[in-house]
Design a protein around this ligand. Structure first.
Ligand code: DGP
Length: 145
């Protein structure tokens, strides 16, 4: 990790990390990066990724998982304090059978609404980018050290 980050040039999340594709960034530190999901299940849906490319949880070293979980907690708290959903699921998918669509390990912070009847395979529908941008700003200001 760090200066010798492993990237996959074909990976969409690596392209975001390289700045080749735009993203609504929420937070970054030495090892992790957090940004808004562009196909949100609900308002405030965010993703947390390591800066190193690892396809899934099986391949991800524990020294990468630890800071990833720390950032996931930081973002979940910020979403709870800003968007104030009825609940939050933390979700991480491995393999097509688990509906993994991007093969760079990531945690979803999934805000939930009472009665949203969300399914594990919720389907990828494009969100409203202006709305996502507004939500990102609300979350950013709620992130604590
Ligand atoms: P999964 O299906 O668990 O692999 O989740 C991948 C998520 O990544 C999915 O909710 C949609 C999101 N996603 C896919 N492409 C992009 C992208 O280019 N930018 C952003 N911000 N999110 C993306």
């Amino acid at each position: 990790m760090g200066e010798d980050v492993a990237r996959d040039p074909e990976c969409i999340f690596c392209k975001i990390l390289e700045g080749d594709i735009p993203a609504y960034k929420l937070f970054e530190d030495e090892h992790t990066f957090a940004f808004m999901d562009i196909n949100p299940l609900n308002d405030g849906h965010a993703l947390i990724i390591p800066k190193d490319h690892h396809p899934n949880i099986f391949d991800t070293p524990t020294n990468v998982l630890a800071p990833l979980m720390e950032t996931t907690q930081r973002i979940a708290r910020a979403i709870q304090n800003s968007i104030a959903p009825d609940g939050i699921n933390i979700l991480q998918a491995n393999g097509h059978g688990a509906a993994q669509s991007v093969f760079h390990v990531h945690f979803h912070v999934l805000p939930r609404k009472n009665g949203d009847d969300a399914k594990l395979n919720w389907g990828l529908r494009p969100g409203d980018m202006d709305h996502i941008s507004d939500l990102a700003q609300q979350i950013r200001v709620a992130i604590k050290d």
